[in-house]
Design a protein around this ligand. Structure first.
Ligand code: C2E
Ligand code: MG
Ligand code: MG
Ligand code: MG
Length: 275
């Protein structure tokens, strides 16, 4: 180790690290208890087919109802959880199980789409664990979709792809999440057992002119060329929706169509706008 350059620099640096470590450990601890104390929640956001317009799926997004800090978004705690294989796996199990149980609240034609963390997919026995959860909750595999990011796949290696193939063969719907943000290899895209790609919110958000429009069109074309459904994330305005429709994008998701909400609220929305 390098020596402190002078004065108390090294000590201060150590203290800052110590502080961060303490924060992380506190979050980890809190999360472990959160699972036991049932403080995690799922909110659901509609994924809407455009022609004809109807909700085909709901993406399940995890929240932590923190006793002091209120409702926390995954960005606040998942990065910490992901440092600990056991913890992220426990959260993943909780999420899938809860999604399976809550899926019964929604109309049968609506799929529930669950996000999978990198470490889970690479985990030994992952496909079997999913199959077990489906069986023990009486959920049909067609009812549940999995959202995997490119990074997830890269980190999971061949084992991850093998696992995905198994799940796909069981009838689960597989989406490649955040498409366009990773190192998309087109040859790999065609080889993966995918049903859909989800264009990252950045594609839609950055749209300002003709060039962006052509890039969105190209991304949609890539998906369609590979016989995949194309979902655009982060749709917030009517203009964006029209642009996506004109680009041949078949499915949209975003605040314009519905915010992530608790099951009761989603049910109300589905009832008031059945399309
Ligand atoms: P994601 O899977 O790409 O999910 C989409 C994110 O975009 C969600 O953020 C959603 O609330 C947000 N979003 C949706 N529509 C709009 C919009 O119109 N505008 C804007 N600005 N944002 C929109 P959220 O819920 O904070 O989740 C963030 C990420 O955390 C997710 O990104 C996903 O990668 C991860 N995540 C969420 N739930 C889970 C989970 O249960 N397990 C795992 N492993 N990861 C999860
Ligand atoms: Mg997702
Ligand atoms: Mg995404
Ligand atoms: Mg994302």
């Amino acid at each position: 180790r390098v020596k402190a350059r002078g004065g108390n620099t090294f000590e201060i640096f150590d203290r800052a690290m110590e502080g961060r470590l303490r924060d992380r450990l506190r979050t980890e601890d809190g999360l472990r208890r959160a699972i036991l104390k049932d403080e995690l929640r799922l909110v659901y956001q509609p994924i809407v087919q455009l022609d004809p317009q109807r909700t085909v799926a709901l993406e399940a997004l995890v929240r932590w109802q923190h006793p002091e800090e209120g409702l926390l978004a995954p960005g606040r705690f998942l990065p910490v959880a992901e440092q600990d294989a056991q913890l992220i796996s426990d959260i993943g199990r909780w999420v899938l199980r809860r999604a399976c149980i809550e899926s019964r609240l929604f109309p049968e034609g609506i799929r529930i789409s669950v996000n999978v963390a990198a470490r889970e997919l690479g985990e030994e026995g992952f496909p079997e664990r999913i199959a077990d959860t489906l069986a023990s909750t009486g959920t049909s595999p067609e009812r549940i979709g999995l959202e995997i990011t490119e990074t997830t796949l890269m980190e999971g290696g061949d084992a991850a792809i093998g696992g995905l193939e198994q799940l796909s063969q069981h009838g689960m719907y597989i989406s490649l999440d955040d498409f366009g943000t990773g190192y998309s290899s087109l040859t790999r895209l065609a080889r993966l057992p995918l049903n859909a790609i989800k264009l990252d919110r950045g594609f839609v958000a950055r749209y300002t002119g003709e060039r962006d429009r052509r890039i969105i069109e190209a991304a949609v074309s890539i998906g369609r060329a590979a016989d995949l459904n194309v979902v655009a994330e982060g749709v917030e305005t009517e203009d964006q929706l029209e642009l996506l429709r004109a680009s041949g994008c078949g499915f949209v998701q975003g605040y314009l169509l519905g915010r992530p909400s608790p099951p009761e609220q989603v049910l109300q929305q589905l009832a008031s706008a059945p399309t």
